[in-house]
Ligand binder design. Sequence first.
Ligand code: ZN
Length: 209
Amino acid sequence: MTAAGPLAAVTTEDPLPALRVMRETGAVDLPAAEAAVTALLRALGRDPASPHLAETPRRVARSYAELLTGRQFDLTTFPNDEGYDELVIARDIPLQSLCEHHLLPFSGVAHIGYLPGARILGLSKLARVLELFARDLQVQERLTQQVADWLQEHLAPRGVGVVVEAEHLCMSLRGVRAAGSRTVTSALHGLLRDDARSRAEFFALTGTT
Ligand code: ZN
């Protein structure tokens, strides 16, 4: 199992060429966004010409641009030479996203796990996959599903599980004002969906049983 193969085999098979990962979205037009924020301030009965608000349209436009722009990254996977067949879980990955209904942030943590198949990936990449989909206008359910689907498609593991726990400012600041209440969503594929023991182990390890 641990015996090193011929070096030639290693250099040709490990790792696979990195996959450049990015999401196609419409470009952000910063000047147009600034003008729109100025118009919004006026529509809200505020005076955009006030010295206190002079920089606000620029700041708001840049904030939204940042929150809506995913960073591309290179996904490199490695052969699972050791035959590791237990769950790999990254817990408490910080999450920030924007609710598509109110353009207000929701934030929390994600727990992402998989049962390795033929290939494994660096744990930091799980956070990058999450960020790729989080920097968008989102609903939590879709974000959770997209991360699970993406990993299933690109890593082909024996199972994938994603749990997202987030507080939505649109809930805690207005309406029912459920401050501090967290919404929990999950998406499962493969053995983590179909095998009761694997699923129970995943939820126990993520602390979300
Ligand atoms: Zn909302």
